[in-house]
Design a protein. Structure first.
Length: 340
């Protein structure tokens, strides 16, 4: 099999490639990643030496750099590459449209031209918007994105759908809930809290901290994507979720408890504009149709993730002493100082 995976130096993409190549070491796998602030060569440790693995530093918008891989023939494209952080999307919506919408359009166009037999668009439950205290998003829920990030992902989903209907490109869209696990960039809630707590620094909670997210371990998400690559029905959407709803406050308290750190580290800070209150995902379709089940409970997964960050201090120290500083100055400190 010859597979193109985009965004494979990021959090989920690198976890996907590591697991996939361990199970299918004979794969010819082309990892296309621009290495933005979120892309990290250290995330690729452990899989660069597979004989069929190729890394290409390129923008998914860059047709010229990518076309030769399509010319050589591909059995599938899995598009993980994206700008992925909601707070950054509020500051830089154009960048999100450029990568998430136009970049996906470029890949869809190439896949159509070179008749790629499977295109998986990795989307998110955030395209459905926000929920009240009850109910879950299904694959039939209307798209009602609230952040520029979610809107850009919804735009990509609609283009992917249009390529299936108009041109017959065999596209499958996946919509997963909030992921956690190893190699996640420390701008996202769980690694940010973990690292701050390990350093004894304040842990910021937006608003009242009672927003609800539905958590899934990245390894369970990646196995679902692999099953969809093998058996997913073109032209359809699969929600991927593990039914682990927690308030942000509950998540933060659990992390502090595991680390033996005091709750006095928690700081309630200014809320995120347009902050979605609750996500909850119904994932019955992938369970029924493909037989996928999550294998990692939230409690076990969180404990393992905490242990991973404790054991991989060198990994995150390198990040927080580099590019992360600009995030810290631009997004983190103003919140903590109450300027936002
Ligand atoms: P991430 O930010 O950790 O990684 C994104 C990767 O894409 C990085 O390696 C980055 O260098 C690369 N990239 C960014 N712009 C690019 C471009 N123009 N061309 C090529 N590469 C580029 O993100 P993640 O958390 O791993 O998310 C991966 C995918 O999963 C995204 O599409 C995201 O929308 C989706 N998703 C994420 C979550 C989550 O909880 N993290 C949940 C559901 C869906
Ligand atoms: P995040 O990890 O950014 O994911 P998303 O916004 O895509 O769900 O945030 C998860 C939740 O945690 C979200 O409700 C925002 C909140 N949050 C905080 O309260 N403090 C923080 O420092 C961060 C990064 C997020």
């Amino acid at each position: 099999m010859r597979l193109m995976v985009t965004g494979g130096a990021g959090f989920i993409g690198s976890n996907f490639i590591r697991g996939f190549l361990a199970r299918h070491p004979e794969t010819q796998l082309i990892n296309v990643d621009l290495l933005t602030y979120a892309g990290n060569r250290d995330n690729m440790e452990g899989f660069t030496s597979y004989p069929g693995y190729v890394f290409v530093q390129a923008d998914i918008n860059d047709r010229e750099q990518l076309v030769k891989f399509f010319e050589q023939g591909l059995d599938g494209v899995i598009n993980f590459a994206a700008e992925s952080h909601v707070d950054r999307s509020i500051a830089e919506p154009h960048l999100f449209a450029q990568t998430n919408i136009l970049g996906t359009l470029n890949l869809l166009t190439l896949a159509r031209e070179y008749e790629v037999p499977k295109f998986i668009q990795i989307s998110t439950d955030e395209v459905y918007g926000t929920l009240g205290p009850t109910g879950q998003f299904t694959e039939e829920s209307p798209l009602a994105p609230n952040s520029p990030y979610a809107a850009s992902k919804a735009g990509a989903d609609l283009l992917a759908r249009a390529f299936y209907i108009t041109y017959g490109l065999p596209v499958v869209i996946t919509r997963c809930s909030n992921n956690y696990g190893p190699y996640q960039f420390p701008e996202k809630l769980i690694p940010l809290v973990l690292i701050n707590a390990l350093k004894g620094e304040p842990v910021p909670l937006y608003g009242d901290g009672k927003q609800v997210r539905d958590w899934i371990h990245v390894a369970d998400h990646c196995r679902a994507v692999e099953m969809i690559l093998q058996q997913g029905k073109p032209g359809t959407v699969y929600n991927i979720g593990a039914e682990n709803e927690r308030t942000n406050l509950e998540v933060v308290r659990s992390i502090l408890r595991i680390l033996g750190k005091p709750e006095s580290l928690i700081r309630f800070v200014a809320d995120r504009p347009g902050h979605d209150r609750r996500y909850a995902l119904a994932a019955g379709k992938i369970r029924r149709e493909l037989g996928w089940e999550p294998e990692i409970s939230f409690e076990q997964g969180l404990a393992e993730t905490v242990a991973w960050y404790v054991e991989h201090q060198a990994w995150w120290e390198k990040i927080i002493s580099g590019e992360y500083q600009s995030y810290y100055q631009r997004f983190y400190l103003p919140r903590l100082e109450g300027k936002e």
